[in-house]
Design a protein around this ligand. Structure first.
Ligand code: KMH
Ligand code: ZN
Length: 279
């Protein structure tokens, strides 16, 4: 590996759509809190921020006004890759799931299949997925292909073959969601073996799996996502007080396994991601 390919891109998923303050007392909820949490995470070493937002009652929303407000606040201070979620929350309509693509972000998540998601179902029928991919392609937004289960990797590859995603593609393996693929070494190795040549990949393991699987991914040459969307504990029984604390822990682990941290500029080069102006 040359030094740039050895660099570690850290994504921080700040809030997600599922958690509440009752479960996660330090969860950022308002645009100001989400932006501040993101800025701290970038100062701690994150080069990508995965963005969901909440409304005035703290409920998940895909309202582009709120997304833009968060993006503007973050961009006043730091310059990470901003990755909006098109996954949203369970039950969001197809029309709503296109709304985050109107906010000037340079990257967006793209889940390529449907899964059980706890007791619910996260629906991603092919026409919805292809519609999102087409709009990302037209707008020059880099998709992060979210792989919660094996068929989603295959569907991501089909989108590349159909010309709806431009290679080199970037994949996120989301392992450990109840109802989807478990966060195990065997599953991760199987997925990585199936990647198209020249792809980049990152891991988001859920709950107690976050740090052990992240360490494995770092050793395998992958990149890492942390953040309260996926896990709120620094270690068993110790809540993270901020997203930055979770990023700091990964930075320490990366140093131990010999992975220097990529800046946002370096992350853009590694992922072949263009910076875009806020539209
Ligand atoms: N909230 C989940 C139903 C994404 O951001 O693209 C979907 C999700 C994936 O979080
Ligand atoms: Zn998300």
């Amino acid at each position: 590996m040359n030094s740039s390919s050895n660099q570690l891109v850290i994504t921080c998923a700040l809030v997600g759509a599922e958690l509440t303050r009752e479960i996660a007392p330090h969860l950022p909820l308002t645009p100001k809190e989400i932006a501040e949490s993101g800025i701290q995470a970038v100062h701690a070493g994150a080069s990508i921020l995965h963005l969901h937002v909440r409304d005035s009652e703290g409920k998940p929303t895909l309202d582009e006004q709120i997304i833009r407000e968060v993006i503007q606040k973050i961009r006043k201070e730091v310059d990470p890759i901003l990755q909006v979620s098109t996954g949203g929350a369970i039950g969001d309509t197809e029309a709503d799931r296109h709304r985050p693509l109107q906010c000037g972000a340079e990257m967006a998540s793209l889940t390529t299949g449907s899964i059980n998601f706890g007791n619910e179902v996260f629906l991603n029928p092919i026409p919805l997925v292809e519609g999102l991919a087409k709009e990302m392609l037209q707008k020059g937004i880099k998709p992060e292909i979210e792989v919660f289960d094996v068929s989603m990797l295959e569907q991501g590859i089909r989108l590349i073959e159909k010309g709806l995603i431009q290679p080199p593609a970037h994949f996120q393996f989301v392992l450990g969601v109840p109802g989807a693929l478990a966060a195990t070494e065997r599953n991760l190795r199987f997925l990585v073996e199936g990647l198209p040549a020249n792809s980049t990949w990152t891991i988001a393991a859920i709950g107690r799996h976050q740090f052990p699987i992240a360490e494995l991914a770092m050793k395998m040459g992958g990149h890492v996502r942390v953040g309260m969307e996926d896990n709120i504990y620094l270690e068993k029984g110790t809540l993270a007080k901020s997203n930055a604390e979770l990023v700091q822990k990964i930075v320490c682990m990366a140093s131990e396994v010999g992975r220097p941290i990529a800046t946002s500029k370096e992350a853009r080069e590694i992922l072949k991601c263009q910076a875009s102006e806020l539209s």
